[in-house]
Ligand binder design. Structure first.
Ligand SMILES: C[S@@+](CC[C@H](N)C(=O)[O-])C[C@H]1O[C@@H](n2cnc3c(N)ncnc32)[C@H](O)[C@@H]1O
Length: 285
């Protein structure tokens, strides 16, 4: 009997859903509003775009060209079909690429976007690998599973320590971003409904068919089990953890010895002080 890999099973479980992870259009637009100033027609890179939930929101809100990248051909084919259907071929180009080895020249983009995907290579790795792609003053927007509470319930901490051990607090992620050369312009919690209504509800409807299709596959049953448990946490502990949107900006590098990149950034009105942290709600595996 053929054994399915975790990746194949997760793709099957998610393929055709309205979105592949927690998020919604309002939150994409809220993060975009913090990316100011942008050029009139920015060059945009969407990393881990999936079937393009956020790509299409960005294409509607901005002029400019979007390069939408993902490692999964099946997801990209779905996005490509939508692009053709909506007449967006001149605005969005899809490309199969590993987010750890993106094939673009240095300083190619004004705006780099990655919703619910940086966890695949880790927050610090992504921020480090993608920095060279950003023009000076360019923005990077990522959403990342983060602790909102300093003392989350033990059962919740145990689950996420097992399934996403790299999870940190919002403050720790902002400090890490700064150390890598990204200034936090703003950050906010993705609302809990963007997990429950926009992502988990359609996903939950898939589980019975998925279980039945793979009734003899223990691994598939485990994936369904973990997904069901994961979904229960957002109902139970929405204020303890969730996706945080991090809106980051690349400092301006200066040639003069002794003047920090941050100082030059300040002289251009770019905020370099501590980021504010708001309250709110919630990720997927
Ligand atoms: C949770 S989904 C999020 C997709 C989309 N941004 C959304 O919110 O609907 C994570 C995406 O990362 C992609 N991915 C996983 N590993 C990757 C890699 N190494 N390089 C590029 N994309 C990757 C997956 O194929 C998937 O589309």
């Amino acid at each position: 009997m053929k054994t399915n890999s975790s990746t194949e099973l997760l793709i099957e479980l998610h393929d055709g859903l309205p979105r592949l992870g927690p998020g919604n259009a309002d939150s994409t637009l809220r993060a975009l509003a913090l990316c100011d100033p942008l050029p009139a027609a920015p060059d945009i890179l969407d990393i881990g775009c999936g079937t393009g939930a956020q790509t299409l929101v960005l294409a509607t809100a901005l002029d400019g060209h979007i390069t939408a990248t993902d490692i999964c051909d099946r997801f990209l084919a779905r996005l490509q079909a939508t692009i053709l259907h909506q007449g967006l071929s001149s605005r969005i180009q899809t490309l199969a690429a590993d987010m750890n080895r993106l094939p673009f020249p240095d300083r190619a983009f004004d705006l780099i976007w990655s919703e619910g995907a940086i966890y695949n290579i880790g927050f610090d790795n992504g921020l480090t690998a993608w920095r060279r792609l950003a023009r000076p003053g360019a923005f990077l927007v990522v959403s990342e599973l983060s602790w909102f509470s300093p003392n989350p319930p033990a059962e919740l901490r145990e689950f996420w320590t097992k399934h996403y051990p790299a999870m940190r607090s919002v403050e720790e992620n902002i400090a890490a971003a700064r150390a890598i050369g990204w200034h936090a312009v703003g950050n906010f919690h993705l609302p809990a409904q963007a997990w429950t209504d926009d992502y988990y509800r359609p996903l939950a409807q898939r589980i019975p068919v998925f279980r039945e299709t793979h009734r003899d596959d223990n691994h598939a049953q485990e994936i369904a089990d973990v997904t069901v448990v994961e979904m229960s946490w957002m109902d139970k502990y929405p204020s303890s953890y969730g996706y945080e949107f991090y809106v980051l900006r690349r400092g301006i590098r200066v040639a003069t010895a002794g003047i920090a990149a941050d100082d030059r950034a300040n002289s251009r009105g770019i905020r370099t002080g501590p980021a504010r942290s708001t309250a709110g709600g919630a990720r997927s595996s």
